[in-house]
Design a binder for this molecule. Structure first.
Ligand SMILES: O=C1O[C@H](COP(=O)(O)O)[C@@H](O)[C@H](O)[C@H]1O
Length: 237
């Protein structure tokens, strides 16, 4: 990885404005360079304000933008835990190309769900123009969690872009199997951002960065695999 730069904000709103500006810039550059933009963006609660800020911009041709969740929960697409549902709620009306990592035919089988997502992703152009990563207070990023699929998510073949994940232990907030982009797919992105808020997440991320490639925390392992420089956006609240 080239370098890490921290951007600090007092409020989530200020951070969202800055991140939305930077994502807009990535989209603009990608459209100029190759006529389309492919972004992996997080689920969970942190990105809501960012997506709302992005939608205020009038200069983005969303029909040329492909949005892929960094990960999703293995639930129906209209379920309240679905990251796809969130993206659809924000960007569906803009006619952005939304790629689901979840196939409703494979909700009961995480490994098959991962294979199906990987096959769908192989139809896109790679690498991503942007990987925007969130992080849980337990140090997971995308849906890379400790458990039987951890090693495959971090060290699997570079051509593998998505896989099914059975977190162990299950996260309290959304205790379901997942599908995640792999460290290889995320780390090859042209631009990488990490977006977090609060003192606890900052402490966890700083610990992961200090531990480096041997970190026990998923975010530490993913960061160590990243080729590009990384912008970390942190808001105090
Ligand atoms: O489960 C997930 O958690 C992380 C962090 O979410 P947050 O609500 O603490 O912001 C998120 O980045 C990931 O996409 C999501 O599926």
């Amino acid at each position: 990885m080239d370098e890490i730069e921290w951007w600090e904000f007092d409020s989530a709103k200020e951070m969202a404005e800055q991140v939305a500006g930077d994502i807009g810039f990535v989209i603009e550059n990608a459209l100029e360079a190759h006529g389309g933009a492919r972004l992996a963006v997080p689920g969970g609660s942190t990105p809501d304000l960012i997506y709302a800020e992005l939608l205020k911009r009038k200069d983005i041709d969303w029909t040329k933008v492909t949005l892929i969740p960094t990960d999703d929960r293995l639930v129906p697409l209209d379920h309240e835990l679905s990251n796809y549902r969130k993206l659809h709620g924000f960007f569906g009306a803009k006619k952005a190309d939304l790629v689901s990592l979840v196939d409703e035919a494979a909700l009961e089988d995480a490994q098959e769900a991962g294979r199906l997502a990987d096959a769908r992703l192989s139809l896109l152009h790679w690498p991503l123009d942007l990987a925007c990563l969130g992080m849980g207070a337990d140090g997971h990023t995308a849906s890379i969690f400790p458990g039987p699929d951890f090693d495959a998510a971090i060290n699997g073949p570079r051509a593998r872009r998505a896989l099914g994940v059975r977190p162990d232990p299950m996260p309290e907030a959304a205790p379901v199997p997942r599908v995640t982009l792999t460290a290889a797919a995320l780390s090859s992105a042209r631009t990488v951002m990490i977006v977090i808020s609060g003192a606890e997440k900052r402490r966890v991320l700083e610990q992961a960065l200090k531990e480096g490639p041997l970190s026990s925390l998923p975010i530490g392992r993913v960061v160590s695999a990243i080729d590009a420089s990384i912008d970390i956006f942190w808001s105090a609240e």
